[in-house]
Write a protein that binds this ligand. Structure first.
Ligand SMILES: [Zn+2]
Length: 277
């Protein structure tokens, strides 16, 4: 595995000329828009250290992604699943005078209004009626709540047939409360039987409910004890990440689930390895 850095700069900074000259001299390609200049480089590249020094000098910063080789990936048994497509915001949104989605779809008694933990769902998620191309959205998510995912009927039938640990429930329109056709929420009952270890995270203890959150930092890996007995294809992690009211869980899936998704060529899904150690 390798840390891959994506650097982004405002082009107005004079000092970016030094960087640009260096990139040009090493024939490292960058993207140049009207305002920003950006490029990506792996830590194992022999020019990385010099570049990172220049970037530090001009007060630049980077997004860091951990990238795994094909061989490394073939040995990893569990992954955190993320989706790139979202079906909008849960309804009603925060500024609605009738209340917000926490009142409507979750148990407000258990939910902590300071850190967002203990978010227990009591009724279907409500979505604004829109023309959603659900047929193309094999997996999708929703803004604000990472651990709620939706599938269409086709994806649900494949999961029900081939994988363990998932069930499905309906999703409703906000207006009229009719159920969506061909759209289901993915429900996962089993909790992953251990807390993850991060190599980069900060701890947060809620002053209201004393929940401890581990907020993962950029470029971190996740680890679980390798002696764990795992036999499901879907698990939920405990609440582990997010600032403020974001108290989400990771959706953990097996390699079998990842390979199934790849065999059906479902797109817009990201799998982040969880490492056994
Ligand atoms: Zn709290």
């Amino acid at each position: 595995m390798e840390n891959v850095y994506r650097y982004v700069f405002s082009k107005n900074k004079d000092l970016s000329r030094e960087l640009r000259n260096y990139l040009d001299s090493k024939r490292i390609k960058y993207k140049e828009g009207p305002i920003l200049l950006s490029f990506t480089i792996g830590q194992e590249n022999k020019n990385w250290e010099k570049i990172d020094n220049i970037v530090a000098r001009i007060n630049g910063s980077a997004e860091i992604e951990v990238v795994f080789s094909r061989e490394e990936l073939s040995k990893i048994d569990y992954f955190a699943l993320f989706t790139k497509k979202v079906l909008g915001y849960p309804q009603p949104e925060y500024d609605d005078p009738k209340g917000d989605f926490i009142d409507f779809s979750f148990d407000k008694e258990t939910w902590c209004s300071i850190c967002g933990s203990n978010r227990n769902q009591k009724s279907p998620i409500l979505l604004k009626k829109k023309d959603i191309p659900i047929d193309q959205f094999f997996f999708s998510g929703i803004h604000w709540i990472n651990d709620i995912k939706f599938v269409n009927d086709y994806t649900a039938s494949i999961i029900s047939r081939d994988l363990s640990g998932a069930s499905f429930s309906s999703v409703s329109y906000y207006k009229g409360r009719d159920k969506f056709e061909n759209l289901l929420q993915l429900n996962i009952k089993n909790l992953f039987p251990a807390r993850f270890k991060f190599d980069k995270a900060k701890e947060y203890i809620c002053p209201n409910c004393q929940t401890k959150k581990y907020i993962s930092l950029m470029g971190t890996n996740y680890y679980y004890p390798k002696e764990l007995k795992l036999d499901k294809d879907f698990y939920l992690s405990e609440e582990i990440f997010g600032e403020g009211l974001f108290s989400d869980r990771f959706i953990i899936v097996s390699r079998k689930m990842k390979e199934l998704v790849e065999s059906y060529k479902f797109r817009h899904i990201i799998f982040r390895p969880i490492l056994a150690e």
